[in-house]
Write a protein that binds this ligand. Structure first.
Ligand SMILES: *Cc1c(COP(=O)(O)O)cnc(C)c1O
Length: 225
């Protein structure tokens, strides 16, 4: 079995210069994160707010913490003071809550809009229609404590790589459309978070700027998510 450091190195070697690696450390112990950190990995992804807050308190301060799972609005308060990027904003209500908590803590929180691109009922995210309805509201412009930096999506869990490719292409099109129509002047709107252990090479080919990789770095998780 290869070490965490070797896994990171192997993956880094396949990533284009403009694609960031987010090491998804959910359910993995602090020791494993420390090992990855020592190998030069400074961006980690978690999908539970409390777990992320506890791990953060035990690890170096310059780690960038990325929230990558469905975030319940009553948990925002646990991470709002330090989270680097919330990848998974999947409702207007959640965006409102992040803004409100950000205001309390005097921070602007970077967020991605999660889009529903898979053919699975279980996945979260906006449709383009829902996203546009939100973006066109006057109220949206008053959310001063969030900054939208791009989009995120999860492909279907399938062996059909043509289907995965189509889903990632859809996300890229969503990004291009939003960029042109709403964010042309905003240089910070630039991220397309797509690609996990089983599909990240397809995601890179389709224009991913951030891959979120867990098992290929830390090994299989005991319980599936
Ligand atoms: C768990 C998870 C990942 C990483 O999954 P792997 O298949 O282990 O690479 C990426 N993104 C999200 C949203 C996740 O929940």
């Amino acid at each position: 079995m290869s070490s965490i450091a070797e896994n990171i190195q192997r993956i880094q070697n396949t990533l284009p210069a403009n694609t960031a690696l987010i090491a998804v450390s959910k359910m993995k112990p602090v020791d494993a994160i420390a090992e990855a950190y020592q190998a030069g990995q400074h961006a980690f992804g978690e999908n539970r707010a409390m777990e992320m807050a506890v791990k953060r308190s035990q690890l170096p301060e310059d780690i960038q913490w990325h929230f990558v799972g469905h975030l319940q609005s009553n948990k925002v308060k646990y991470i709002v003071s330090f989270v680097h990027l919330v990848h998974s904003v999947d409702s207007e209500h959640l965006l409102d809550v992040i803004n409100r908590e950000g205001q309390k803590g005097k921070r602007v929180i970077d967020c991605l809009l999660q889009f529903y691109i898979a053919q699975e009922e279980t996945k979260f995210g906006f449709t383009m229609e829902e996203a546009e309805t939100m973006l066109q509201k006057k109220k949206f412009l008053q959310l001063k404590n969030i900054r939208l930096c791009g989009v995120m999506g999860m492909a279907s869990l399938t062996d059909n790589s043509a289907q995965i490719q189509r889903e990632f292409q859809t996300l890229k099109q969503h990004f291009d459309y939003l960029k042109e129509k709403y964010f042309a002047e905003e240089s910070s709107f630039k991220e397309i978070s797509m690609g996990m252990t089983d599909d990240y090479s397809i995601a890179i080919a389709e224009g991913s700027t951030m891959v979120r990789i867990g098992s290929a770095i830390f090994g299989e998780r005991v319980k599936s998510e």
